[in-house]
Design a protein around this ligand. Structure first.
Ligand code: DX5
Ligand code: ZN
Length: 237
């Protein structure tokens, strides 16, 4: 099932508990938390104290996106703070194979993030160790940026790689997503759609979340129907 993952980067940090509750009430299953260090990306956001506080507040899946240099120094601290999914950038990790093993060995789902300029091909030797791959559809560091139009093509390439290797790895997309491109995201093969400003800067965040989740489910159902009817057709032949 396709999930919309509200990104807390665009929530009201003085009312984080309230915003989390409103996403729970809207039916969210997962929350996206952006960690920025002012070095790997030119911005600072939140760290382990905030992840820990969010962990105490909710049982939703915490999807922690590390935009930091030397993530190997910090993964244990974020796991201790309560991350359920932990995503590290390909561009910031020298020993990715080892890092993914370390994350998984602690019972957390490991993911690799690709910046917009990094091709899907770099994942070939590591993809079987990923629970998910996060495709950045903006340059990381800030919410509210414009979606990079070639990103869905990249998702399709990743989907092809997964199909050819018969792997069940979830595809996540992050940056510039909202109600207007949710359908296309699902069509391209995305499983988790991160949305920050589209939800929290809207007049009614809860309604916007619900609209995106419903749009995603309708499109997914259509895709499943067409796959089913194609497989019935081929059996008849
Ligand atoms: C950007 C972050 C995103 C950010 C997305 O570097 O990784 O998760 O919150 O924000 P929007 O949805 O506003 O583009
Ligand atoms: Zn993110």
């Amino acid at each position: 099932m396709v999930w919309i993952a509200p990104s807390l980067l665009s929530a009201d940090f003085c009312n984080l508990g309230r915003d989390i509750e409103s996403m729970e009430e809207a039916g969210a299953r997962i929350l996206h938390l952006d960690v920025m260090d002012g070095h790997f990306v030119p911005n600072l956001s939140l760290g382990t104290p905030v992840v820990g506080a969010v962990r105490k507040k909710t049982r939703l899946i915490l999807d922690v996106h590390l935009m930091i240099s030397n993530p190997d120094h910090m993964i244990d601290a974020f796991i201790d703070a309560g991350a359920d999914y932990l995503s590290v950038h390909y561009e910031s990790s020298f020993h990715l194979d080892n890092l993914l093993d370390r994350i998984r060995s602690r019972g957390v789902q490991p993911g690799v993030v690709l910046n917009p300029q990094t091709p899907v091909a770099v994942l070939e030797e590591i993809i079987h160790k990923c629970h998910h791959v996060l495709i950045m559809s903006v340059n990381p560091g800030f919410g509210g940026q414009k979606f990079i139009s070639t990103s869905f093509e990249k998702v399709r390439k990743l989907k092809d790689l997964l199909t050819s290797r018969k792997l069940d790895v979830r595809i996540e997309i992050d940056g510039g997503l909202g109600p207007l491109n949710t359908t296309e995201a699902v069509r391209s093969g995305v499983d988790i759609i991160v949305a920050g400003s589209a939800i929290f800067d809207s007049a009614d965040p809860r309604a916007t979340f619900e609209q995106m989740q419903q749009t995603a489910e309708i499109e997914e159902e259509k895709l499943l129907k067409s796959i089913r009817s194609r497989s019935i057709g081929s059996r008849e032949i």
